[in-house]
Design a protein around this ligand. Sequence first.
Ligand code: FAD
Length: 401
Amino acid sequence: PVPPTPLHVAVAGGGIGGLAAALATARAGHRVTLVERAARFGEIGAGLQLAPNASLALDELGVLPAVRRTAVTPPRLVMMDALTGDEVTSLDLRAAAYTARFAHPYLVTHRTDLHAALLAACQEHPGVTLRTGHTVTGAEQDGSAVRLRFREGHPALTADAAVAADGLHSRLRRALVGDGEPVCSRYVAFRGALPAARMSGRMSRHAASEAVMVWAGPRMHLVQYPLRRGELYNQVAVFESDRWTPDSDDWGTEAELEERFAGACEAVRDALPLVSRDRRWPLYDRLPTDSWAHGRIALLGDAAHPMLQYLAQGACQALEDAVALGHALGEHADPARAFTAYADRRRERAARVQTGARRFGELCHLEGMGATLRNMLLASRGPEAFDDISWVWTPAPVPVP
Ligand code: FAD
């Protein structure tokens, strides 16, 4: 139901979370101004796994058909042992047990394609205004409005409410929650997509299978999957650095990448030269906070719940946030009440996924006897054993008001 008086809602940040939040808010009948600090909207050249909770959210936002035009529907999620090259376990994403449990598909997509689909939907919605080159430096609020200030000297933006979707290093979160800097995991990722035709020999067999491959090894792993109708292949190599220091960037280097993966099986070693080295991504998260709603300002996406990527859920949770935000803003005329309802609905689940991601990372990076036991345990499960992952892939039901 559209509330009696449409609000003007400012959204800070035009990543996947911010665009989805803008779209959900506009679809709930409100007017949105989204401000992004970059000169142009965009995402990086790598892939994203979208579990069925995310494709449900995309469906609710009306953009699932656009995303599906280029996304790949992988048949399997496979965990391999990165040292022996043996398959540890797999999940069959085309099994009857999958469709019985999850009404929506498991997708892998190029980040640019998902971002472009959300951007196009925002551009087409008359309720959304988009502004680039606007870096939010701070926000003030009173009982009736929020004012966002910008580094570039643009006039302040006054709105009825604001959503902070400004990512891992959120400026607004820093001011509102006050829980310091994100936590560095001492792991780093090298990642990127390349033309699938470049995967030759043994590698091309994995690429052609269209499966999501996770090669788990001691304090390192490699993830591979196809993108954009299978034309591209995404590779993400992740490892823990022994050279981390808090005040330097000289850790998690390319040389360490080579060192850490030197003992891997041939399939992983063959793939490593084709892992993009353009940029290294230190991996951060935070401990969960209860503090998502601050009067007329709410946190969303990585600004609310930055998590390690081991459950492949950061963007999925941001999409769930956006849908919940839209529902709340459709139900409550007072934005502060809507934000409290949104936070109540989301924070427990997001916190569970956030802490679960750390645990899954530990499982993935076990060495020695730990890895042997993990492999034995996981091998005892069949490809239709969705019980353990089902809570992650299923959003909490919408409460009846
Ligand atoms: P961001 O993408 O960080 O967007 C924030 C936006 O705000 C940016 O556009 C930024 O320019 C803008 N901004 C920042 N500060 C300001 C400011 N002061 N003023 C205005 N604008 C500002 N998630 C998945 O669901 N599946 C996966 O498979 C997956 N794989 C991952 C693999 C790796 C290696 C990593 C590191 C992450 C992965 N994630 C995955 C997580 C996912 O990338 C993030 O959770 C998601 O992109 C967060 O989106 P966001 O919009 O909240 O933040």
